[in-house]
Design a protein. Sequence first.
Length: 326
Amino acid sequence: MSDNGRSWITRLTDAVLDRAGWGVHTARDVAEEVKVALRAMATPGGMRGVAMEAAWLTAHAVLYPWGAITEQLRTDGHFRHYRTDGLPPRQRGLVVSAMDAAGTPIVLVHGIGDNRSAFAVLSGALRRRGFGVVHAINYSVLTALTGDVRRSAALLGAHIERICEQTGADQVHVVGHSLGGLIARYYVQRLHGDARVRTLVTLGTPHSGTLAAYVLPTPLTKQLRPGSDLLEELAEPCRPCRTRFVVVWSEMDQIIVPQRNARLEHSSLLVEEHQIRDSGHLSLPVDTRTLHVVVTAITRSDDSTGHPIAAGGEACRPPGVTDGHS
């Protein structure tokens, strides 16, 4: 990138962050993050990631009307998906060796302005691997305008209670994309949801906010801005949390700005982190490396030793493990 291009990025970021009350050093740090994202796009993997993002955007638009229909919870899933004769040996091994993991419900929570169609690929892949109850929930598309993370977290908690009641399960796993991950985190961390959620996987979630939230001035997007009251509340010390967090973020995320704000560091949380170099924000739920992380996290959820999870592939850096309990 030319010096003129770099100075343009720096000037633009300075202007946005100065308006938000941030310092120049922070603006320069964010400019560096933007450069990292642009460099990631310029690699062969990055170009494939851009193509995947565009392809999934098109497919997602087609699936969106279907996703607006509320999914009915299928409580017979425990048994209906336990046939192993049609599975390859590695997939068959999940049902045989990790029966408890395969029987624990998986709840999928979509991002802002989206619906359960975001998980069309992931939910099917999980069911094919032997997970019995995979349930994607919908919340109102008006959440972006009239929503509130705290209220949405309470509604998520009520929904999880119903799932546990209908399936007879004591706990669930949750996968949250973007805003969905933040809603689930608030439920787990502030509303005692760690008693119900065994594993929380967040995909491209603005744990430290995103500058993109300045584009739309609504009550919800104000909660997603760096330094908001909501994010400060979540950053406060809290009682030790029993839920295992698995955080997936991408250097090429165009919605979480700076991209490192999708990371999660908290003294009271057990966090496993996976950095993907070349996946766009929307395509994180359809990335095969994400699927591998989700499956491995869920099947290892009973192992309290905190083994790192390998996402596989050269495009994913080795995971870091932050243990707030030590």
